[in-house]
Design a protein around this ligand. Structure first.
Ligand SMILES: O=C(O)CCC(=O)C(=O)O
Ligand SMILES: [Fe+2]
Length: 364
């Protein structure tokens, strides 16, 4: 059953705040509040996030080694040389802003208060503390499974909007970058370049999530997006060019990701952690809000074909490296994501897919 608050958009809540305090539903208990002192952009810390030139991955062992070290230590990396044009990236960011700034009735045409479409993340209980964001979640691939009723239509001839053409181009461009990264990841674990590409299958699924964080006058009390890992194989993130907010957990500290301009943030997710037998790590990340400015991001996620069973492949399991995960149906992982996310858990832990074998953990 859909929870009564499911239709309450954060953007509307923020607009009504003028004189009032924050509704309790968004206020974190004291120990879970973001420490705003680490939420400021910090060039020194930001500089440490690894940078990988995707255009050099295929021919440069040094670049591939940088990718390997990023995925094993940090999880995400800043992707330069990805080949997406600046004009195209600006256009899609402008379109995203325009969509979220359009009237509520317009946006609600893309909603049925379920996972797909415009709305807020799933609310399961009265106790759940809600994130300070609205989002538009759409399946991009396979193309014949697109539910176009949730896709924004151009508002008018003269306004830029997330029209079908723009999103389709976004799908193709993101797919191209993802395949390059998957090939390099396969070679890093000593396999032929299409090892992971074959594992995801021809009818893999890709999704996009446009997230909008309205300004929040008490950013010290709320999560823009709660700490989480995502459950896909690869994640591509195009972030707001002006406003920071994303933080990645590294060695127990939340590190600010700076604005990246036209670079992307790319990483392996829980799906990659499973199929690489934990060689590559899914990063814990969260988003903090800004008191004055709104912020947007645009993520693309890739998941293997839903009827596949994935687990650590035989080639990556040996005496020295026992399996870190049980085998699991991709559809089960995909469904479990929403249950796990609502309670702030990782899908692999929520579904008990991780093997908590001390011997395995010690060797990792
Ligand atoms: O807004 C961001 O920078 C991150 C968004 C995110 O973590 C997600 O879409 O899963
Ligand atoms: Fe995420």
């Amino acid at each position: 059953m859909v929870h009564g608050d499911q239709g309450k958009m954060v953007q509307e809540v923020a607009a009504e705040l003028l004189n009032g305090g924050l509704p309790d539903r968004y206020v974190l208990s004291e120990e879970k509040r973001p420490n705003t002192t680490v939420a400021q952009p910090s060039c020194k810390l930001a500089a440490t996030i690894p940078i990988v030139d995707v255009s050099r991955l295929a021919e440069s062992p040094e670049e591939a080694a940088k990718l390997g070290s990023a995925l094993q230590s940090w999880g995400p990396f800043v992707a330069t040389g990805h080949g997406m044009s600046k004009e195209f990236m600006d256009e899609i960011l402008d379109a995203t802003r325009e969509f979220f700034h359009s009237p509520l009735e317009q946006k609600q045409k893309c909603s049925n208060f379920q996972n797909e479409g415009y709305g807020v993340d799933r609310i399961d209980s009265d106790e759940q503390v809600l994130d300070w964001c609205d989002r538009l979640w759409l399946q991009l691939q396979p193309e014949d499974e697109r539910r176009l009723q949730f896709w924004p239509q151009p508002l008018s001839e003269c306004l830029i909007c997330i029209g079908k053409q723009l999103l389709h181009e976004h799908t193709l461009e993101s797919g191209r970058v993802t395949m390059e990264v998957l090939k390099a990841m396969a070679k890093l674990v000593g396999q032929k370049e299409d090892f992971f590409i074959e594992m995801v299958g021809e009818r893999f699924k890709s999704y996009t999530r446009f997230t909008y964080y309205p300004p929040c006058p008490r950013s010290d009390l709320v999560n823009g997006l709660k700490p989480h890992t995502d459950n896909s194989v690869v994640l591509l993130l195009l972030m707001d060019k002006d406003v920071t907010g994303l933080q990645v957990l590294k060695d127990g500290s939340w590190i600010d990701v700076p604005v990246l301009g036209h670079d992307l943030l790319v990483g392996g997710d829980e799906g990659m952690e499973i199929v690489s037998n934990a060689v590559f790590k899914a990063p814990w990340h969260r988003v903090v809000t800004n008191a004055e400015k709104d912020r947007m991001s645009l993520a693309v996620f890739y998941q293997p074909e839903p009827e596949r069973i994935i687990g650590p492949p035989g080639k990556l399991v040996h005496e020295e490296r026992p399996p870190f995960f049980k085998r699991c149906l991709v559809q089960t992982l995909a469904d479990g994501y929403w249950d796990a996310f609502a309670v702030g858990n990782r899908t692999v832990d929520f579904l008990n897919v991780r093997i908590n074998d001390e011997a395995a953990v010690a060797k990792n």
